[in-house]
Design a protein around this ligand. Structure first.
Ligand SMILES: [Fe+2]
Ligand SMILES: [Fe+2]
Length: 279
């Protein structure tokens, strides 16, 4: 099977709302009200935006009760990403996946998202919030594989555990491609921004990213930290250890990582429920 085949019928269902919203946001004449109206078409998303904007993630000064109010402090870029991220979580929710516990999968992804944002903040990366969506979606290719090729996926999982090799390496052996490639192919088919495609493609091999290796490194480290903290797995039995050279690239020490882990644990406990509870 080729990567294109495996994402084939997912391509038919791009996240509609994301593109609708993008159009309104890109129109210079749009007001917060116009944008809010698009969001209100989706009650579940509206509820989620309100929940998220009232959560410690944003720490608003006063209670946020309307989408318009939420929009005054959620940046437009972040809004697009938030919509895409939550829409993806929704669309995969009903999928019967026997191989992994879908809740654990998202917990790992949220852990990676929060971790990436914390690292970005720690090293003074501009616009730290842009790491959030990348963290949420970094392993999306795995969901596609679990659904489309469950037998082979099981084989890959078992092989990874038995051989103490990273899942993405074993996947290449079993499927002929890995979940990072599948995620990237999906994003490509959806015509998402190049940065998202490249970082997802290289989240296990950050130095292979041509234009976004720094972003990919941040996601890569956050992914490992999320595994190490055991914030639940994406079904990956074995996680590679932290690469000292990559830490150096970001001017981070093991001590910094220990500090970040403590912060991440706290944030994770406060935030995960907001994302995973429905409505
Ligand atoms: Fe991964
Ligand atoms: Fe991961």
């Amino acid at each position: 099977m080729k990567v294109e085949d495996i994402v084939d019928d997912w391509v038919a269902s791009p996240p509609d709302l994301y593109f609708k919203l993008k159009k309104v946001i890109e129109n210079p004449e749009s007001s917060f009200k116009d944008i809010g109206e698009v969001i209100l078409h989706d009650p579940a998303l509206s509820a989620r935006i309100l929940k998220i904007s009232n959560s410690p993630l944003f720490n608003p000064e006063s209670q946020v009760e309307t989408i318009e109010h939420a929009l005054t402090f959620i940046g437009m870029n972040q809004l697009e990403e938030l919509v895409l991220g939550t829409a993806e979580m929704e669309s995969f929710k009903g999928i019967p996946v026997d191989l992994i516990d879908i809740n654990s999968f998202w917990k790992h992804s949220i852990g990676c998202a929060l971790g990436a944002r914390l690292i970005a903040e720690y090293i003074h990366e501009p616009e730290k919030d842009r790491f959030y969506l990348l963290g949420i979606l970094h392993d999306i290719g795995s969901l596609v594989i679990y659904k489309k090729a469950p037998k082979a996926a099981k084989e890959a999982l078992e092989l990874s555990e038995a051989s103490s090799k990273s899942l993405f390496q074993v996947e290449a052996q079993v499927h002929g491609f890995n979940h990072a490639e599948v995620g990237a192919a999906l994003f490509q088919a959806w015509k998402l921004p190049e940065r998202l495609i490249e970082v997802v493609a290289n989240h296990h091999t950050p130095l292979q990213s041509k234009n976004y290796s720094r972003d990919a490194t941040i996601i890569h480290l956050a992914d490992i930290i999320s595994h190490e903290l055991d914030l639940q797995g994406a079904g990956e039995g074995y996680a590679a250890p932290l690469d000292e050279n990559l830490l150096k690239d970001l001017k981070l020490t093991q001590k910094d990582i220990s500090r970040l882990k403590i912060q991440l644990k706290d944030q994770f406990e406060e935030t995960a429920e907001v994302f995973l509870s429905s409505g």
